[in-house]
Write a protein that binds this ligand. Structure first.
Ligand SMILES: Nc1ncnc2c1ncn2[C@@H]1O[C@H](COP(=O)(O)OP(=O)(O)OP(=O)(O)O)[C@@H](O)[C@H]1O
Length: 243
C-alpha cells in the first residue's frame, strides 16, 4: 500500500469537513474519489499532500507520515490542485524548468521535453501560461505534477474544463500513469470514473459512504452505472423522505 489513511479528520472552526476517514490505495490502481460539492474531497487531498495539517487521525504516503515527514511525502507525490495555481507570467517551458529545478532533477532538459510530449504541450510550449486556454493550463498543471516521476499522483478534478478531444487524451495519459503509480483523482464525472478508475470511494459530508472496486460496487448495488449509486448514497435525507 502506498497510501494508508486512518481516522483522518479536519475541522474548520466548528465544521467537520473530513470526519474520521480510513482507506488505502495501492500502486497500479486508480482510485476515484467522489462526492457532492463540499463533501471533503479537496480537504482530504490537501492533507495527503501536506498542504493542510489534519485535526486528528493519521496517514502515511509510501511509508512516510504526512505530519512528521512532510518533505519525504512531498518528494513522492505529484499534486494537481483544484484551482491549478500557475505563474501566469511565465512561459510554459520556463515554468517546467523552474519546477524541475525545485525537485533537483538531474537531466532537466530531457525530462522537460518528455513531459511536454506526454501532456501534449509541444505546440504551446513557447507560450505564456496566462495566454493558454483552460485545457492547456490544465495540461501544464499535470506536467508539473508528473515531472519528478512521483510514485503517487493526487489529481483534484484533472479534466475539468477540457474539451471532449482533450478529455480523451488526458484520460489516456492518466490511465497510462496509473499502470505503475498510485493515482487518486477526484471528479464529478461518473463516466470518467467508469472509464479509468479501478476503485471508488464516495464521500458524503466528510464521511466515507462507499469504498470498493468499481466492479464490486456495481454488482453490490445491482446497477450498470455509477450515477444511481452515487445519488442513492449522497442524496439529502430530506429529499428521500419527500419521495
Ligand atoms: N479554508 C476553509 N475554511 C473553512 N471551511 C472550509 C475551508 N475549506 C473548505 N471548507 C469547508 O469544508 C467543506 C469541505 O470542502 P472541500 O473543498 O474539501 O469539498 P469538496 O468535496 O472538494 O467540494 P467540491 O466538489 O465543491 O470541490 C466545505 O463545507 C467547505 O465549505
Amino acid at each position: 500500500m502506498s497510501i494508508k489513511v486512518k481516522a483522518l479528520s479536519k475541522t474548520y472552526g466548528t465544521q467537520k469537513a473530513v470526519d474520521q476517514i480510513t482507506f488505502e490505495a495501492s500502486p497500479g490502481r486508480i482510485l476515484g474519489f467522489l462526492g457532492p460539492n463540499g463533501a471533503g474531497k479537496s480537504t482530504t487531498m490537501k492533507m495527503l499532500t501536506c498542504y493542510l495539517p489534519q485535526t486528528a487521525g493519521e496517514a502515511t504516503v509510501c511509508g512516510f507520515n504526512i505530519a512528521s515527514q512532510s518533505l519525504e511525502v512531498r518528494k513522492r507525490i505529484g499534486y494537481l490542485p483544484e484551482s491549478n495555481p500557475l505563474y501566469q507570467e511565465m512561459y510554459v517551458k520556463e515554468f517546467l524548468y523552474f519546477v524541475a529545478h525545485i525537485y533537483h532533477i538531474s537531466n532537466i532538459k530531457e525530462r522537460v521535453n518528455e513531459v511536454i510530449l506526454a501532456t501534449g504541450l509541444v505546440k504551446e510550449q513557447h507560450k505564456k501560461i496566462g495566454e493558454l486556454s483552460k485545457g492547456y493550463k490544465q495540461r501544464v498543471g499535470l506536467a508539473q505534477a508528473i515531472i519528478h516521476n512521483p510514485e503517487v499522483l493526487i489529481l483534484d478534478e484533472p479534466t475539468s474544463g477540457l474539451d471532449p478531444n482533450q478529455l480523451i487524451e488526458i484520460r489516456k495519459l492518466i490511465k497510462e500513469l496509473g499502470k505503475t503509480k498510485t493515482v487518486i483523482l477526484s471528479t464529478h464525472i461518473m463516466q470518467e470514473v467508469e472509464a479509468i478508475c479501478d476503485d471508488v470511494i464516495i464521500i458524503n459530508k466528510g464521511k466515507i459512504v462507499a469504498n470498493d472496486s468499481l466492479e464490486n460496487l456495481l454488482v453490490k448495488h445491482n446497477e450498470k452505472s455509477l450515477e444511481p449509486i452515487f445519488v442513492k448514497l449522497t442524496k439529502e435525507l430530506k429529499v428521500e423522505s419527500e419521495m
